[in-house]
Design a protein around this ligand. Structure first.
Ligand code: PEP
Ligand code: MG
Length: 551
């Protein structure tokens, strides 16, 4: 038996074949090639396959997202056999007698650089399209599967860690669980796993050896253990645990349809966090009473260019309609830091977590903000949409956000487009400054939602992406809990509600503390909802104390 030990970041036990994620990391090795015709034939075959893929994507988009994205893929398909592009590839091939992959990569970079040097912002952004088309051709020629999983059966996906844009492309039906060398409880792989309700283990380091590819493994997302070929005794206890897990699932199913209320009548709003419209299925399956955090950046991360107002509107509307009148809190763009999007051309920063990210990008680039706000307000006519702004630190920021909302509402009124003028506006409390300023901020908004992932990072000066911080990164630190209380007191004094949408909200051991503080809403991953409901229904709010704040 081989036992690997990491950190469990999403609970559950599962058995399946280990599959190492294959990515095109942009490295293309130059080798010698003298049979130019053979190389050209490989390119022709790849072009044919790429065009088929792109046309299929265009058809799919036309059905699901409308004309605009479909056109994007059709344009990509045209570029695949663009004469100038192919001439540039052939020129390198003939001059340098190199492999076709290298020649294609060279041509892609040359064209991308040419577009990048243009004055017009629209043309500059086309460089991302060229790189995307080239990447597609390279993936085909190098046997790398887009989405990373070339397997007929579901697998336990192994990787160093996955970037947000990579997690979006994964074929989720093929994933039983995740194991990663790096990452942390706050990494996007961990968040995705919790949303999907499947186990994940991070921080396995080099013990996660590619030699294990294809081997049957058991992973325990609670203890962080990975078992390869377990011995008889271990196998017995693993099977026992899987049996208990199944029983627990059945027990939790009895919570569906029950109210989120304590024994002494305190009501808690229990909502879900989602990262894309498709996650609504999991919210409904777990009887979520609303969506407390819809991370809208998925739209930006999944695209090759700024998503249009219509594309955004369709996505927000789909979620609002699917939730059928239940509250859907949509957070405006929160990129930067660990969520990088190429076409934003954000400058490389020394400290990106404290740099130009989230609301700072929106306030610096009003056109991007306006497009998103228009889409959000238009969607507000189709359900109970609420808008939430991330990374707030100052009163002036909220005032500016509100002015942008007013301007958009005026535009829509002038254009005769329906929207809900009473759409709730809220902010994320995820910086110490927003906690200190909570009394003033509370007067400007309809709700607070505490982002404990970032609040912990900024309060404790602990990088949320750093896996080596161990016990120093402690979201249960009394300082974080006191910050929560300060924000809650300010919210209630101003007559607004306060929720938690960071990962801490799902921590059942802290439920009594949240009840004592007076938290009104907890927004958790869909898989955490029913166990939380079961706990709420066993609690007596009046007897809960603030002892965890004492330190
Ligand atoms: C948070 O910071 O707690 C949060 C919910 O936002 P994100 O994890 O997307 O930064
Ligand atoms: Mg955050």
């Amino acid at each position: 038996m081989i036992l690997l030990q990491g950190k469990g970041v999403s609970k559950g036990m599962i058995k399946g074949p280990l599959y190492f994620y294959k990515r095109n990391d942009g490295t293309v090795v130059k080798t010698e090639a003298w049979d130019i015709d053979a190389e050209k034939a490989r390119l022709a075959a790849a072009q044919e396959q790429a065009i088929d893929q792109l046309n299929a994507l265009a058809d799919k988009c036309r059905e699901e997202n409308g004309e605009e994205t479909a056109l994007l893929f059709e344009t990509h398909a045209m570029f695949v056999d663009d004469e100038d592009y192919v001439d540039a590839i052939n020129a390198t091939l003939e001059e340098e007698h190199c492999n076709i992959e290298y020649a294609a990569w060279q041509a892609g970079e040359q064209f991308a650089a040419m577009f990048e040097a243009m004055d017009d912002a629209y043309m500059r952004a086309r460089s991302a399209d060229i790189r995307d088309v080239t990447r597609r051709l390279l993936n085909i020629m190098m046997g790398i599967v887009e989405g990373g999983i070339d397997s007929d059966v579901p697998v336990v996906l192994a990787a160093d860690d996955l970037a947000p844009s990579e997690t979006l492309q994964l074929d989720k039906t093929k994933i039983l669980g995740f194991v990663t060398r790096g990452g942390s409880g706050n990494s996007h792989t961990a968040i995705l796993a919790r949303t999907m309700g499947i186990p994940a283990i991070c921080g396995l380091g080099d013990s996660l050896n590619e030699e294990y590819n294809g081997r049957e493994v058991y992973i325990d997302g609670e203890t962080g253990a990975v078992f390869i070929e377990p011995d008889e005794i271990t196998l017995g206890s693993l099977k026992d645990k899987m049996g208990k897990q199944q029983q627990m699932k059945e027990l939790m199913a009895t919570m569906i349809g029950q109210e989120d209320v304590t024994l002494d009548g305190r009501r808690m709003m229990v909502y879900c966090n989602i990262g894309s419209p498709e996650d609504v299925t999991a919210v409904k399956a777990n009887d979520g009473q609303g969506i407390g955090l819809f991370r809208s950046e998925f739209l930006y991360l999944a695209a090759d260019d700024y998503p249009t107002e219509d594309e955004q509107f369709e996505a927000y509307k789909a979620v609002a309609e699917a939730m059928d009148g239940k509250r859907v809190v949509i957070r405006t763009l929160d990129i930067g830091a660990d969520k990088q999007v190429e076409y934003f051309h954000l400058k490389k920063e020394e400290n990106p977590a404290m740099g130009v990210r989230a609301i700072r990008i929106c306030l610096n680039q009003p056109e991007i903000f306006r497009t998103q706000l228009r889409a959000l307000y238009r969607a507000s006519a189709y359900g109970k949409v609420a808008i939430m702004f991330p990374m707030i630190t100052a009163v002036w920021e909220v005032k500016e956000c509100r002015r942008a909302c007013q301007a958009v509402m005026q535009e829509l009124t002038d254009e005769g487009i329906p929207f809900n003028p009473d759409t709730e506006i809220g902010i994320m409390v995820e910086t110490p400054a927003s906690v200190f300023m909570a009394p003033e901020l509370a007067k400007l908004v309809d709700f607070f939602s505490v982002g404990t992932n970032d609040l912990t990072q900024y309060t404790l000066a602990c990088d949320r992406q750093c896996n080596d911080l161990g016990k120093f990164f402690d979201p249960e630190h009394p300082a974080v809990l006191r910050a929560l209380k300060m924000a809650a007191d300010a919210a209630h004094a101003a007559g607004i509600w306060i929720g938690i949408c960071g990962e801490l909200g799902a921590n059942i051991d802290l439920l009594p503390t949240f009840l004592a503080i007076g938290i009104d809403e907890l927004s958790v991953s869909p898989a955490s909802l029913l166990p939380l409901r079961a706990e709420i229904r066993k609690s007596i709010a009046q007897t809960c104390t603030l002892e965890k704040l004492l330190g």
